[in-house]
Design a protein around this ligand. Sequence first.
Ligand code: SAM
Length: 260
Amino acid sequence: MQKKTKPVIRKRFGQNFLHDKNIIQKIIRSINPKIDDHLLEIGPGQGALTFPLLEHLKKIDVIEIDKDLSSRLQESNHSNNINIHCMDALSFDFKSVVKDNKKIRLIGNLPYNISTPLIFHILKSNSLFEDLHIMVQKEVADRMISGENKKTYGRLSIAIQARCNIKKLFNISPNAFFPKPKVISSLVRITPNNNLDEKILDSLDDILKTVFSKRRKKISNGLKDYFSKEEIKAMGIDCENRPENLTVKDYIKLSNKRCV
Ligand code: SAM
């Protein structure tokens, strides 16, 4: 950065900046960027990941909501190689940066306050991504990878696992950040599998919203606007079960059935 003054830290934007060089290198090795990859970073902040990534890349797209941080990146020595979109990632149209049909590799140390809605927004454009490497609170990562019959299992787990393969790579201590967050973070790798078509995924999202808004109710009650008890039973699903007892496969079966 060329400016001498330190940037103001804005809590409302979930700003916890990575400063541990070993952790930064470990993250870059996990991403394994190749010179022609199309990388898109959400929340570059002060460039903790952006600048080391640019040692491996020609160009990078970044989305940063903070005008001050965006103009610092614009004034940095790397500005020719950074395509800055100064805006809210929650309303970013990922299609707008696709070139030559090349898939995007998305990365981000996501602002904790909006990580879950941001993941749902990203999932809507699932088919545009080659992979995603994102840092989230460990608790959110645990929800993403959770299997059924656990407290951590819910809408997020099923929505992601139906669309993607997901792997938690490693945890990151609060000491790696400034200011220190109160929670442990995790780096996760998400690889879209694009196995299901849009119609089925829309139906899945509808079903998930409905049944998990009545999490304690029996599944036959949560699904009563979509299926009779007989129809649920015919799909091999026990009507006495609660939403967290159904597998991802069960939910895909229900979504498929709703679309025929
Ligand atoms: N990548 C940097 C690092 O690791 O040091 C910063 C990570 S910090 C946890 C999150 C970053 O996301 C901040 O730069 C913040 O300003 C930015 N941010 C917060 N909300 C955002 C939003 N809705 N859209 C885009 N960027 C956002």
